[in-house]
Each structure stands twice: as structure tokens, then as C-alpha cells.
Design a protein. Structure first.
Length: 612
């Protein structure tokens, strides 16, 4: 599939509305239940035969196997790794190379403060049968940090697997907990990893638009590394169609709200392997955070926390013995094979239909853990959000309720009307962009065909080889004339130099007193200061400077936003003149990489406040 693959969507439209009804799920906990609900049972694709017998568990010294007649799930005992998944006569649709690599596992990236970081595949030490009936089997593979070597992540971890009668797949959730008094720790990432069989699964699908045959992982190993390790130019390829393309796992990132379904398809035999995340509530970062989905390997991910597109702002830090408990999932692994329509589209559409059923059934009522609340025991909060600002498509700044709101299980908190007064000091003189926390409305160039999606930041020096961007208010069009990323320029020596953008505008009059205000909203940044000059680029000091902000790396990773930053710059009126004026924005960081810089969300110049 050719063309740009830069995935984004504008931030939630709630900031654009004058009112909004809010509903918030409370803590993700659930009471025990010995009853198995039919809500988890789903129709089996044509070609599968629903057995008359129920779910069967067989456990031995080193493995536990659950069989419902459709799938057969084999787990290591007591480690809780996915050793094998049998389906449609294929003994194992997963790639397993013991003892180091399994077809499915849960891992944590962590370290103590000051450490360099490490990734640990969590190993269970205790096997427990939670539920065993004809309709459902739920197994637990748990580990206790207090009884473990102290070089392991300081967490108690309980990995739970559920297989139901008549369901073409299985459910997996993980309960993590640190107790009061445990040592300080930083955790960058929690995730489930699945490895579909290399010789089978070569077609990847993560959305209606993002579907394609994928190169082999061996192609990456022989390729040329580019500006960062994840991006590799495939100089040789097993399949000729992939030669001279760039493979990069970040090309397939999606915002959390958009990747409830992702997976791989095998053409021989025709089988779909899918990971379904029916809810966003257990994934950190909010619905608009971009996140990894699938990538060359083949690999399929269920991400729960990470620093992707955010940097250190999303590291979970625990200090001074702070306790914590969280349920990740359940996630569903779904398998399908539709006869006679065994094409990619049919398998994808069937998987989408299954995803919709899982979403409708959320929260599940068949999960046995007391740490997962059913619908009746979840709290909620509702109210009206009133935005006090002019009627424009978007609002700058961030709303935070002034009070601490406690949501009790099973109760509804009614806030009533709450008002957000958007930042504004005076009337608007001009604006660039739409305040929606995204740079999507600006000019995004076509990529170099040689590189497919890689290296859009390299187009800036091609478009502006000798001088930088100049934008004339009232004449220029930000969708055509404002580059989506204010990046550095690579020079012959290989170094990268700052670039300076110029905004020209006319003022019919200048207020003799008071300050003008430049509202500056950033959609993302990578270790960059933005200096603001008014009319004199050679002034001894800028009129305003942001701090060095950002580690989201969204520009390099095909994103259109990362972490949001907002600044109100007060600019004295004596800096302005009647007639022609210019504001200069300088990306003031010199660095090693040309993709360092900022993405603007919105810029607005306001006159001094009008007198009542």
C-alpha cells in the first residue's frame, strides 16, 4: 500500500463544544463469580465445528493445556508463557523457541532510579486453577516479589487465562501489584507480546487502510540502519517487492482509541490471528496517545503503558513505598478461518465483527478475579463542561477540575455545570492553525517514494534549501505554506543547525501601553527551545523563550502530535510598530538529528486587553 502513513486524528472534540456530558469509569476491579456467563460466547466462523463437549483442562509437571474443540491453548507451568496455540489442524500458529522465546508473554521495562533500564519477561512461580467447568476454564500463573530474587521487578504479578466453550480464541489479563514499603522503581512499559509463526503469517492488518504484505525479519537484519535503529532500509529482500523500502515499526502506530483490533493473516492455510482490546480504560495515556500495534517479525502487541510518543512524561515512578495495583485487560486473542470466503477482506471483516461484540460486552461478567469490577459495581461521574471563549473550532490550554473527585464503586457523582475559562488576554489580531493539539491541518509533504513513509523531516531543507519559511498573515495559507514540523537543517558537515520562521503582519495602530500576547501551543517537541523575537532578530535576547521541552520523538516516528505544551508569551507594546511587523520563531536547539524540533498546534496574537 503506497502513500503517506502518518497516523493521527484531532484531539477530542469536547473542547470545541459549549457543553459536554462526561462519563468516567471508576477503578477497574471486579468481584469473584463462579458463574460463567454466555456473554463471552461468540459465533464460530463458518468451517469451525462447535463441539458438544465442553472445555477440558489437562495439566502436567511443566505445562497446562486447555481445549474447547476449536482452539487448544498450551501454557508453561508454572511460568505462564504461551507455548502453543493449536487451530484448524495447525499444531502451533505461534513462533516458539524455548527456553528464551515463547509465542506469547507479558513483560515489563523497568529499573531502579538512576538505572539504565531493562526488560523482564515475567515468570510465574505458582499455578492455580481458578475456574474449571464445562463452560469455562480460568487459570492463574502468579509470582510474588517478596519470595523472588531482588533483581526482579518489584511487583506481584498474576497472569490469568480464560478459555470458554464455543469461543474461537482465549482471554488474557494480568494483575500487577506493589505493596506498601516496597523499593523505589521506574516502569517504562507493560505489554503483552505475541509472535505468530514466521512461515505462515505475512499479511498484516491494523485498520481498514493499513493492511499490507510485510517483509521478512531477515530482511531487516541485512538492511541499512537509518537515522534511528527502528528504521531500516531493506537493501536486500527475500521478496523483490520490498527491496529499497524502509521498514519501521512506528509506521504502523495508531492512536489508542483506534487500535482495538490488529493482527496477521496466513495465506496457507488461510487463518487470521487477531488481538482485540475491547476497552481503553486499562491503557495509559488516554484515547489520543499514539501507540504501537503490529510490526515486522511478525509481532502483535497489546500495549498497556509505554513512553512511546511521550518520553519521560509517561514513565510510571513509585517512591517512598507507595503502593499500587492495576488490572491490564482482559485482551482477547481471536482466530478465524472463513469458508469459502478465505480472502484477506473477509477475515478482517469477521474480526471487526468479533471486536464489536467484545466492545458491547464490556465490562465482562465472566472474569473471576475480585480485582475486576462488573458493571453494577463501577462508579461514574457526569456533568456539563462549559467553555468560556469565543466560538472557534477548538480551545487552547488544559482544563483541570479544581477539586479532588472521589468515585465510589456503584455510585454516580453528579458535578453539574463546570466552566473552563480558556486563556485569553485580549482580542485576536491573527491566528495560525486550529487549536486541537495536532499539527494535522498544516502542510504535510509527500514522502520520498524511495523511502515510503520515512524521513518527512528531510523534505523541509528540500523545500527551503537556502532560506527558511516565511508566512504572510492574510496571504499565506497554513494548509499549504506552514510546514507541519519546525525542524533543524542538516549542513554539509553533518551537523544540524537551528532554523528561523518568520510571520509577517500589519498593525494599523499600536497600543502605547500594555502587553500583546502570543498564545503558543505545541503539538509535540523533541528537546527544543523556541525563541520568539519581535521585529529584531538580532536583539540581544529574545522577547520570549520556552524552556527546552519535549522527548516525545513524534516527528521521527511518523506522528502528528506527541505531548502538548502551552505558553502565553507577554510581548511589550514598544516592540511593535504601526504598519509592517514580523515575529520570528527560532528552533534554538542545535543537535545531532534533523528531526529535532517542534510541531505547532496553534499560534494566536492578541492585542492588549481592551478597557471596559
Amino acid at each position: 500500500m503506497e502513500g503517506k502513513l502518518i497516523w493521527w486524528s484531532p484531539s477530542p472534540s469536547w473542547l470545541m463544544l459549549s457543553t459536554l456530558c462526561l462519563l468516567l469509569c471508576a477503578a477497574q476491579l471486579q468481584t469473584s463469580s463462579a458463574t460463567v456467563a454466555a456473554a463471552g460466547t461468540v459465533p464460530i466462523p463458518a468451517g469451525n465445528v462447535v463441539p458438544s463437549a465442553g472445555v477440558k483442562l489437562t495439566s502436567g509437571k511443566d505445562e497446562a493445556m486447555i481445549d474447547n474443540g476449536i482452539i487448544q491453548l498450551t501454557l508453561t507451568n508454572p511460568g505462564g508463557f504461551v507455548r502453543a496455540l493449536k487451530y484448524q489442524g495447525v499444531e502451533n500458529v505461534l513462533e516458539t523457541h524455548e527456553p528464551d522465546d515463547f509465542g506469547g508473554y507479558f513483560d515489563v521495562s523497568w529499573d531502579h532510579p538512576g538505572g539504565e533500564g531493562k526488560t523482564e519477561q515475567v515468570v510465574g512461580t505458582k499455578f492455580t486453577v481458578i475456574t474449571e467447568t464445562e463452560d469455562q476454564v480460568e487459570l492463574s500463573f502468579s509470582s510474588s516479589w517478596a519470595a523472588s530474587p531482588k533483581d526482579l521487578v518489584p511487583l506481584n504479578v498474576d497472569k490469568r487465562f480464560i478459555v470458554q466453550k464455543g469461543v474461537s480464541g482465549f482471554y488474557w489479563y494480568v494483575i500487577v501489584e506493589r505493596l506498601k514499603g516496597w523499593p523505589d522503581v521506574n516502569m517504562d512499559q507493560h505489554r503483552m507480546v505475541f509472535r505468530p509463526k514466521i512461515t505462515m503469517f505475512k499479511y498484516m492488518a491494523v485498520s481498514d487502510e493499513i493492511q499490507k504484505m510485510m517483509p521478512a525479519y531477515k530482511d531487516r537484519e541485512t538492511g541499512e540502519k537509518l537515522a534511528y535503529p527502528e528504521a531500516v532500509l531493506l537493501t536486500t529482500a527475500i521478496e523483490p517487492e520490498f527491496k529499497d523500502q524502509v521498514d519501521d515499526k512506528y509506521q504502523y502506530s495508531m492512536e489508542i482509541k483506534d487500535h482495538k483490533l490488529k493482527g496477521w493473516i496466513s495465506d496457507d492455510p488461510k487463518i487470521g490471528f487477531w488481538v482485540i482490546s475491547p476497552s481503553e480504560e486499562y491503557i495509559a495515556g488516554g484515547p489520543n496517545k499514539p501507540e504501537l500495534t503490529c510490526h515486522c517479525g511478525p509481532i502483535c502487541l497489546a500495549m498497556f503503558t509505554s513512553v512511546h510518543y511521550s518520553g519521560l512524561d509517561m514513565v510510571t515512578e513509585y517512591r517512598n513505598g507507595e503502593p499500587w495495583k492495576k488490572v491490564f485487560g482482559p485482551v482477547m486473542v481471536y482466530l478465524n478461518s472463513i469458508v469459502p470466503s478465505n480472502d484477506h477482506a473477509a477475515l478482517w471483516q469477521d474480526a471487526k465483527a468479533q471486536m464489536e461484540k467484545e466492545v458491547q460486552n464490556w465490562p465482562y461478567n465472566f472474569v473471576a478475579s475480585a480485582d475486576y469490577l462488573p458493571a453494577a459495581k463501577r462508579g461514574s461521574v457526569s456533568g456539563q463542561l462549559l467553555v468560556d471563549d469565543n466560538w472557534v473550532p477548538g480551545v487552547v490550554g488544559t482544563f483541570k477540575h479544581p477539586d479532588l473527585i472521589t468515585i465510589q464503586p456503584g455510585n454516580e457523582v453528579k458535578l453539574g455545570p463546570v466552566t473552563y475559562k480558556a486563556p485569553r488576554n485580549g482580542p485576536t489580531l491573527w491566528e495560525i492553525g486550529i487549536p486541537d493539539r495536532s499539527a494535522a491541518e498544516f502542510f504535510v509533504p509527500d514522502p520520498d517514494p524511495k523511502y515510503r513513509q520515512y524521513g518527512l523531516w528531510l523534505r523541509y531543507p528540500e523545500l527551503y534549501p537556502k532560506s527558511d519559511l516565511v508566512f504572510d498573515i492574510g496571504v499565506s495559507n497554513y494548509s499549504k505554506d506552514w510546514f507541519f514540523a519546525h525542524v533543524l537543517r542538516e549542513v554539509k558537515s553533518g551537523d544540524c543547525e537551528p532554523t528561523t520562521w518568520q510571520i509577517n503582519f500589519d498593525l494599523p495602530d499600536v497600543c502605547p501601553t500594555g502587553n500583546y500576547t502570543l498564545q503558543l501551543a505545541l503539538a509535540g517537541a523533541l528537546e527544543t527551545n523556541t525563541f520568539v523575537y519581535v521585529n529584531d532578530l538580532n536583539a540581544k535576547a529574545p522577547a520570549f523563550a520556552t524552556e527546552r521541552v519535549g522527548k516525545d520523538n513524534a516527528i521521527a516516528r511518523h506522528g502528528i502530535h506527541g505531548i502538548y505544551w502551552f505558553f502565553s508569551a507577554c510581548l511589550p507594546s514598544n516592540l511593535f510598530v504601526k504598519g509592517k511587523n514580523s515575529i520570528f520563531l527560532r528552533a534554538a536547539r542545535s543537535g545531532d538529528f534533523p528531526f529535532m524540533g517542534v510541531m505547532y498546534d496553534y499560534i494566536r496574537l492578541e492585542a492588549p486587553p481592551t478597557q471596559p
